[in-house]
Design a protein around this ligand. Sequence first.
Ligand code: TRP
Length: 341
Amino acid sequence: MKKRIMTGDRPTGKLHLGHYVGSLKDRVALQDEYDQFVMLADVQALTDNFENPQKVRDNIKEVALDYLSVGIDPTKTTIYIQSQIPQTAELTIYFLNLVTLARLERNPTVKEEMKQKGFGSEVPVGFLAYPISQAADILILKANLVPVGEDQRPMVEQTREIARKFNLLYGGDLPAGRQVFPEPEIKVGAVARLVGTDGNSKMSKSLGNTINLSDSEEEVEKKVMGMYTDPKRIHPTDPGTVEGNPVFIYLDAFGTDADQEQVNKFKESYRKGQIGDVEVKKYLVEVLNKFLDPIRARRAEFEKNPELVEEILKEGTKKARGEAEKTMIEVKKAMKLNYFD
Ligand code: TRP
């Protein structure tokens, strides 16, 4: 039997190049070897957008198109919508007992997000508790592997703790290996954290420094030509720094093997002050548009057929719900809540 993947994204905006190298690429590569489930996390998106449900609704479609356009294949991967699996909410309630407030407050990603959103002492309970509901997303499908960006590492760590605790408490008479929940592993992509176009260490929609998978050729050109490079370099004849320079980081990440020789030449000339930023940027525009073209083409196909996309989500959700129901029967049995069996 194939091992299982469960992963997903909050539908709060378009997915970008950082998502691609951080995890989408892995999801495309692993969908043959694994039984893969990819979730549109609308419930989690609402934890910090509860006053704006339309935004979440609109982005369900966008992110579904992003998935399909990068090559996540609905005949191999189950794509589904979180809110339509109510069993996850039920499992979350049981998991709430297994996690302390102090443990939640120590989660580095939650801490960082709380600071960013300026909640102060007015943190909504739903927001603080989202790692518990994320553990329920992963465990209700008994996932073995979770391909996500580096920032999700603390979530998978908490998920493992919850699985261990549940198995220990309620799996007493089950032999090892037959426990209710596996302890899932994380898989972070080759470029764990992609720099933004502004040189910030993280490409992120909230920082407005992204190149989106759905950007047009013109948008890509505009963003690349305005990119941050080496701030110490004033003239093209000044020796430049390649390391940490977003232009070269993107060339390394998105250039094909065939681009390698040219990229190496550019690096050499850049270090010697023999080439201007503009020339390297123009090459990067070409490289990125070459990378994005097949993605755009697939997107256009699916955009022409919204009924198909809806059908994919509907079928995927039905399948995920069936799996969740099966797990909940085991959970209730283990917790002695199976009164009427
Ligand atoms: N936290 C993820 C994000 O910010 C979304 C998510 C929700 C998720 N549940 C998940 C990711 C389960 C992987 C597994 O995009």
